[in-house]
Structures are given as structure tokens and as C-alpha cells.
Design a protein around this ligand. Structure first.
Ligand code: SF4
Length: 408
């Protein structure tokens, strides 16, 4: 099995806390679509005909794309990739772009999972985060999504907000549980290096994040999710039985995936590659390559052309330093580190038997030996051949993973 990710890099405006790659301008939208289509067609060999069971439109704000635009992209993917009949097709949506009509059309297109960026049901939080919607509209969107026929709905909430307190966070969760939605992604507010919020806090314009409050909210979240029958299956993700995001799970299980669009990553089991984080450079390269390929094909009809060979060499020395696609071949040790990092984030944890079978005994032995002091300190748990983190331990995943990394 394999997954497809499409990064739509446009937003109506930039939220204060945002660390994702997106731009608040639509000047390049038309050109971007041309480049995206060229990339989808040209990289079809990457997944080597593996059946695709998840498609994920992320961003940015994919719901800024019209129904026709999303339909075009889906048709193209269906034409060039073997999509399984019940594939999970997710679209991330922001409330300020949604209407009942749009959601109905989206559902009819075959999009069967919706992830809505609600972030909070309280206006003071939404203002702190500089979101464009208000709490009333957030609620309308959930109602519309249900009315439109979506039964696989996830919402995002953010905790640890200086604009909130324990009571308000509990009320946010009350509202979520009352909707009985199958999935919740809840993120701790963090300061991203280039985010507007980071600057605002530095300048004292808005109150700073308090780590104790973040921890308090996280504990409330874990406890209330468990009480309400939600499985805490990844640091930031909770679901009803069987309703986890299949697409995101493929990242944690090492399933191959291909990412289209600027800043999108791809993984084929042994190497990773990622596209440049610039809409401009992405468009320039893929559109130029696609047009150049077309010309070559016209003038040399039978000639076999590798699409990536068609990238036009650049003269601009400064830009050449940043390639459009970068690639990293992973050594077995790096693959081991990735496995440890990704699996510790999940409730499935590290499977020592799998490690031994797939990567060799030296890795499973190394991991088990290095796990012992962490287990003794209560920072890691073990049940039979699985090493995992409990709710309380999960907040400190990075530190634990580092101590299990190869060479430590
Ligand atoms: S809508 Fe999402 S991607 Fe766009 S700026 Fe806000 S947080 Fe970032």
C-alpha cells in the first residue's frame, strides 16, 4: 500500500502561530495548478504501481481550491495511480472558507474525510491565534459537514493558550465530545521560529506561553479523552475505535508515500526526498520542465524522456544552491533512528520483534539494552516485546527517543 499527499500552499492570511509553509497570496495559484499537474503526471513511477489507499490534501488551506480544481486533481491522480476502491480521501479545511454547498459538492466528489481547523470554540482564543473565523462559524461548519454526509470528521484544537484557562479548555472539550466526532487532533501551542506570535511574545505584545498550563491542559485532555472512549493513538491524535487517520498512520508505519507541491516530502522505504519550500521556485521548475518535455517529445516522437532530466539548468548562482528537489538516502542506522522516533510517538510503540526481523538483531538488541535504564527511571514502558510511552511519558518523547538513537 502507499499514500499520496498534496500540499496546497495558499492561505487567506497568515495565522500568528503558524509554522507551516504557506503564502497569503493567490497570484501564483493558476501557475501552481499547472505545476502540480505536471508533478503528478511526471512522478508516477515513484510508487512503482503500489496500490494507493490514502490521499491527503494538506496545507496551507486546501479548501481554498474550488470544487472544479479539486476534482481536476483527483481525476488526474485516479488516471495515473492505482487507487483502491475504498481509499481514505482527506481534505484539510479552514472554517472561513466553508459553506454547506461547498461541503456537499466535496462529499459528492468522493472526499470522505474532513479535517477542520477549528482550534478553539472561544472567540478570545481565536483572536489570540489570529484566526479568521469566530466560534459560531466553527460550530456551523461542523453541522454543515454532518449535513453534507461526512461521517469521518476530525477537528483540530490547540491547548496551552495564554488566552484560556483550565475551565475554558474543559468547555472546549465538552463541546467537542458533545458532537461525538470520531477524531480529534489536539496540539500544544508552540513557538515556531518564524511565526508572528514568537515575535509578538518577544516584544511583550501578547502574553507568553506558560509550560505548566500546557502540561495541565494535556493532562485534562488525556483524562477526558479516555473517559469519553477515545484512544490516544499518537501524541496529538485521539480517535474512536478504528477511526484513526489511515494516511498519518502510514507515516508512522513506514508505508511509502509521495508528496506533491512545495515543501512536500516523499518516502519510498529507503530514501526521503522533499520539494523546495517556495511556490515560486516550484512553479518555475515544474512548469518549465513540463513545457520543455512537451517540446522535446514533439520534436523527437519515440524518444524516452525522464521528466526530471528536463529541469532547465539555472544560471542564477544563488538559486542553484537550493535545489528544487532534495534527496537523502537513509543508512540502516538512520532508518532505525526514524523508526524509533516515529513509533514512540504512537501507542503502538517500538516492536522489538519487528526490529529483529526487518532490521537485524544488532538493532533490536541495541534498542532493548538502551531501553533498560529508561524503563528503570519510569520514562519508558515495556509490555512483552513492545516499548512504548504512556500518556504521561509521551510529552517527553524527543528526549527518550534521543537516548535510544543509534550511537548514543
Ligand atoms: S490556516 Fe493553517 S496553514 Fe494557513 S496560516 Fe493558518 S495555521 Fe498556517
Amino acid at each position: 500500500m502507499a499514500g499520496i499527499y498534496i500540499h496546497i500552499p495558499f492561505c487567506n492570511s497568515k495565522c500568528a502561530y503558524c509554522g507551516f509553509y504557506s503564502i497569503p497570496s493567490f497570484k501564483l495559484k493558476k501557475l501552481f495548478l499547472e505545476a502540480l499537474k505536471a508533478e503528478i503526471v511526471s512522478r508516477k513511477d515513484y510508487l512503482q504501481d503500489k496500490a494507493v489507499n490514502t490521499i491527503y490534501f494538506g496545507g496551507g488551506t486546501p479548501s481554498l481550491f474550488s470544487i472544479n480544481e479539486i476534482s481536476d486533481v483527483l481525476h488526474l491522480i485516479n488516471r495515473h495511480y492505482p487507487i483502491t476502491p475504498n481509499a481514505e480521501i482527506t481534505l484539510e479545511a479552514n472554517p472561513d472558507t466553508l459553506s454547506l454547498e461547498y461541503l456537499k459538492a466535496l462529499r459528492q466528489l468522493g472526499v470522505n474525510r474532513l479535517s477542520i481547523g477549528i482550534q478553539s470554540f472561544f472567540d478570545n482564543d481565536l483572536k489570540y491565534l489570529s484566526r479568521r473565523h469566530d466560534s459560531q462559524h466553527a460550530r456551523h461548519c461542523i453541522d454543515w459537514a454532518k449535513q453534507a454526509g461526512f461521517d469521518n470528521i476530525s477537528i483540530d484544537l490547540i491547548y496551552g493558550l495564554p488566552s484560556s484557562d483550565a475551565e475554558q479548555w474543559n468547555k472546549n472539550l465538552d463541546i467537542f465530545f458533545a458532537y461525538s466526532l470520531p477524531h480529534l487532533s489536539a496540539y500544544a501551542l508552540t513557538l515556531e521560529p518564524n511565526a508572528i506570535l514568537t515575535k509578538q511574545i518577544e516584544l511583550g505584545k501578547v502574553p507568553p506561553i506558560n509550560e505548566d498550563d500546557t502540561l495541565r491542559d494535556y493532562e485534562i485532555l488525556c483524562q477526558r479523552a479516555a473517559e469519553n472512549g477515545y484512544l490516544h493513538y499518537e501524541i496529538s491524535n485521539f480517535c474512536k475505535r478504528g477511526m484513526h487517520s489511515k494516511h498519518n498512520a502510514s507515516y508512522w508505519f513506514g508505508t511509502p508515500y509521495i508528496g506533491f507541491g512545495p515543501s512536500a516530502h516523499s518516502f519510498n522505504g529507503a530514501s526521503r526526498q522533499w520539494n523546495v519550500s517556495s511556490v515560486e521556485r516550484y512553479c518555475e521548475a515544474f512548469v518549465a520542465a513540463s513545457r520543455h518535455c512537451e517540446e522535446e517529445r514533439r520534436s523527437n516522437p519515440g524518444k524516452e524522456l525522464q521528466y526530471l532530466d528536463c529541469f532547465v539548468p539555472r544560471n542564477d548562482a544563488k538559486r542553484v544552491q537550493e535545489p528544487v528537489i532534495e534527496k537523502e538516502q537513509l543508512s540502516p542506522e538512520q532508518q532505525y533512528d526514524e523508526y524509533v522516533m516515529l513509533r514512540l510517538r504512537t501507542h503502538w510503540g517500538i516492536d522489538l520483534k519487528w526490529l529483529k526481523r526487518e532490521m537485524g538483531e544488532r538493532f533490536s538488541t541495541y534498542c532493548e539494552q538502551h531501553a533498560q535504564p529508561l524503563i528503570a527511571e519510569g520514562r519508558l514502558s515495556q509490555t512483552r516485546e513492545f516499548l512504548y510511552l504512556t500518556d504521561e511519558q509521551m510529552l517527553f518523547t524527543d528526549g527518550v527517543a534521543e537516548e535510544l538513537f543509534w550511537g548514543n
